[in-house]
Design a binder for this molecule. Sequence first.
Ligand SMILES: [Zn+2]
Length: 258
Amino acid sequence: MEALVLRSIAYGDADAVVQLLTRGRGRIAVFVRGAKTSRKRFGGALEPFGRIEALVCEREGQELWSLREARVVEGHRGLRDDLHRIAHAGYAAELSHDLTRAGEPADGLFALLEEFLTRLSSGAARSGRLRAFELLALEAAGLAPELSACARCGEEVPAGRATFDPDAGGLVCKNCIGGTYGVALSHAARAALWQLRWGGLAAADAPQSADGSGRPADASAFEEAAAQAARPLSLFLRHHLGHALKSALFLEQVGAPL
Ligand SMILES: [Zn+2]
């Protein structure tokens, strides 16, 4: 089966447990006996972020499958020599892991993560792509935040600066503000999120101006707007996951775009 390597954890001296996001079967964990010693057998196929063709063996009644063979189809090598790209890839992989349940098909997320890693391999790590990934990954999990109408009462939230309430599920109108964690979203940040929500990763790489004219956006202004939306979305994610992402800390430590 086709799979993306989310992470690989050494188990004992020689073995490893590898988390895979597969096409068809969703997220699975595989036990790799002799992962360290059988480099020849697996090549670089156990390295995180690669797309591999894996021969796995399902073990009845057990959550941990075993990996028989694996070969690299696309190693996404371009993202391994840059700390910011590694940080973004690690964040996307952790988010993909945490937004899925073991064994439940997640083909939409598989395609999204593959596209994200491909784009990241050949360009700088950018906030716009990270926001697009968060929004589309949430949507794939059925958890998309409300970005136009009020998440509490359904009234339209007029254009411009608005309040985002992670507890309520997205934007809230003036009458419904009152959540403990409401955070402000500037007009530009709102417009950026809207564009990324509907345009996906392609929109992150070719953003349009927030004035609705269809002209290309100023790239650095768009980046800034996307970065402003980092905190509201991370609070939203924390609300749904029940914990903060470990890789978010690494992102900050290496100074990668948030
Ligand atoms: Zn309202």
